[in-house]
Write a new protein. Structure first.
Length: 633
């Protein structure tokens, strides 16, 4: 038997326990629970009244820093991470302070992130090593940013991340700063961060739309602003109290999106961004106020750490649907989540990938890795409508499929309903190209569906009757209608009809992992009239198609995989470039997908069609298989 990964099944609260049982134990569909009622947040004055006096109070207090200093001398992993951050701090000492730069005409974000990283590393090293050069260099960084004309509130992520940087610098190095330096930092936070946030919450600025959003902008903006408010709340109680009250109410809109099973509709990259700020804010609330007002009990949040664990394949690449890359996330917040919800596998995931970041040192504790139970191989994430199937844990050669239905209206989504990725034999065979350049004209507007990487033809899914317009319905949402997970066989079926409703009465796709060593992809299409049907599979492997066109050999990394066309009888494989079809739009500036090609099937005049393709290791006996309707799966 394949080695099983381990997962603690302890959960916090009955809602989390119920979601865990439904998501991990079910072999069929479960109804999505209704959203929980909003948590009542106390008035601003009551929030500020809880603020702990003195500094530091964000993420760690003085005793916490001292304990970390001692742990990082004794624990070999923390000692190594500390050396890495010490080397980074030494490099920062010789670098010039960040400048006000908006290279794309919209975002100051890279500057804000650089300031945050530098200040966090330098301030942490000040506490752990007492090097006065670290605090002096942190001041130069903060003083330069305090002299900026603004923190670019029109793209409020920039403002929020810079406010976070100043909150850390102000709070962690409070005892180092002179009264004049504190005043400079405090006034910059109010003028460039908290003041614009107040206007956002009050609806006085158009850039404040994020306060009503249900995606990553909400958590990042509320989290960054909340850190600033907690840092200077005793000196600006009215303003800070109002911002904390509004932020605690607003962030619930995004946190409810983790229900019921912890998945994130924006994909793993934005899961990482959203949870990093969500967790930092909750952690700072706990250390500064002694409570997070029950936000961490919101249904689904206890399970959100499972998402990267499951969405990452055996070759350490994610199923990177939506805008993003496939690099497995490095997520220090998993250590905090592991402690909060007693889930050691969250911590194990980050231990294996940590770079590290300051938050890794702050939240890691070796006891987080203790205790576990078997983690099922397969999962169905409801609401996000994502399934992952795998042959084994901790085997880099294991088979893995990430498969989604989902919602084309979700933030950052592509027209990718029905797409999948495939890992086997230590290679990624079927890939997702990920995001294109955000600065392309209309990327988040009217031209979004003209770019190849965002269209259905740029994914491992179907295209019916291609043309200049969107090749799936941009408003469509699709569900996983069947899911079963048995020891040697797992499968899921998605009803994709809403995506192709203009052309088809019914479209379903099923994906089955058989005997943990072969994958069947089966599509059933009932077209409204004879249709032009395409099937696509993007890969970096070399493709060699057999003379009869009924099989193809994929070669990559010294391994070979075979694709077999089982149905229909007249279908043939072909190899194509990863580029738009002749009938598709070809806007300039979009990515050229060098090194990627497509294994494709083209059926003309398709009406009632069953298309079945089997992937297996070359040279292996074909598994016993009878092609059955998806209704019988």
């Amino acid at each position: 038997m394949a080695e099983a990964m381990k997962l603690s099944i302890h959960t916090h609260g009955s809602a989390a326990a119920g979601a865990l049982a439904l998501a991990l134990g079910a072999t069929g569909l479960a109804a999505t629970p209704k959203a929980a009622a909003p948590i009542a947040i106390p008035p601003a004055k009551e929030i500020i009244a809880r603020l702990k006096p003195g500094h530091p109070r964000l993420l760690l207090d003085r005793a916490g820093f001292e304990a970390l200093r001692q742990r990082s001398q004794k624990d070999p992993l923390l000692r190594r991470w500390r050396r890495d951050l010490h080397a980074e701090a030494a490099r920062i000492l010789g670098q010039s302070p960040s400048r006000y730069e908006i290279p794309d005409g919209l975002r100051l974000l890279s500057t804000s992130r650089r300031v945050l990283r530098r200040v966090s590393v330098l301030a942490l090293m000040h506490w752990l090593e007492g090097d006065p050069r670290c605090a002096a260099r942190a001041w130069r960084e903060l003083d330069a940013a305090a002299r900026f004309p603004d923190w670019n509130p029109r793209h409020f992520l920039d403002t929020a991340e810079m406010t976070h940087a100043f909150a850390i610098g102000y709070d962690w190095l409070y005892s180092v700063w002179t009264p004049e330096q504190r005043k400079t930092l405090r006034e910059a936070m109010v003028r460039f961060g908290l003041g614009p946030a107040k206007a956002a919450y009050e609806g006085r600025e158009r850039y404040g739309w994020w306060a009503r959003a249900h995606h990553n902008w909400n958590q990042v903006c509320n989290g960054g602003v909340g850190m600033g408010a907690l840092a200077i709340g005793d000196e600006t109680p009215d303003l800070a109290g109002q911002l904390l009250h509004e932020g605690l109410r607003s962030i619930q809109l995004a946190m409810t999106q983790f229900a019921p099973d912890g998945a994130w509709a924006e994909g793993p990259g934005y899961w990482n961004y959203a949870t990093s700020y969500n967790v930092a804010f909750l952690a700072a609330l706990q250390t500064a106020l002694g409570t997070d007002y029950g936000l961490s009990d919101i249904p689904g949040f206890a399970l959100c750490g499972r998402f990267p664990v499951y969405i990452t394949g055996p070759v350490n690449r994610t199923f990177n649907y939506a805008d993003g890359g496939d690099r497995a996330p490095r997520a220090p917040q998993l250590f905090w989540l592991a402690r909060r919800f007693r889930q050691p596998d969250y911590a194990r995931y980050e231990v294996e990938r940590a770079a590290p970041a300051p938050a890794d040192l702050i939240w890691f504790d070796r006891s987080l890795l203790e205790g576990s139970a078997a983690l099922p191989l397969n999962v169905y994430f409801r609401k996000a409508e994502v399934v992952t199937l795998r042959g084994a844990w901790r085997d880099p050669a294991a088979w893995f499929v990430g498969f989604k239905a989902g919602d084309n209206k979700a933030n950052h989504s592509h027209l990718d309903l029905g797409t999948f990725v495939l890992d086997a034999l230590g290679q990624r065979w079927g890939l997702d190209l990920g995001a294109d350049n955000y600065n392309l004209p209309g990327y988040f507007g009217g031209k979004r569906w003209t770019y190849y990487r965002l269209r259905a033809e740029g994914h491992n899914t179907l295209v019916i009757n291609p043309g200049k317009g969107p090749d799936q319905n941009p408003r469509a949402a699709a569900r996983i209608v069947k899911f079963r997970a048995e020891p040697e066989d797992a499968a899921a079926v998605a009803d994709l009809t809403p995506a192709y409703a203009a052309h088809a009465q019914s479209v379903q796709r099923g994906i089955r992992l058989m005997k943990r060593r072969a994958v069947l992809v089966q599509d059933e299409v009932r077209a409204k009239s004879p249709a032009n049907l395409w099937w696509f599979f993007h890969t970096r492997a070399a493709i060699q198609i057999a003379p009869d066109g009924r099989s193809a050999r994929l070669s990559q990394g010294g391994k070979t995989l075979e694709a077999r066309l089982l149905a229909p009888a007249g279908a043939r494989f072909r190899q194509m470039a990863a580029e738009p079809l002749p009938s598709s739009p070809r806007p300039s500036g979009q990515a050229v997908n060098r090194g990627v090609r497509k294994l494709a099937v083209h059926l003309q005049g398709a009406t009632d069609t069953r298309l079945a393709i089997l992937f297996q290791e070359s040279g292996k006996a074909r598994p016993a298989l009878k092609i059955e309707p998806l209704a019988a799966w």
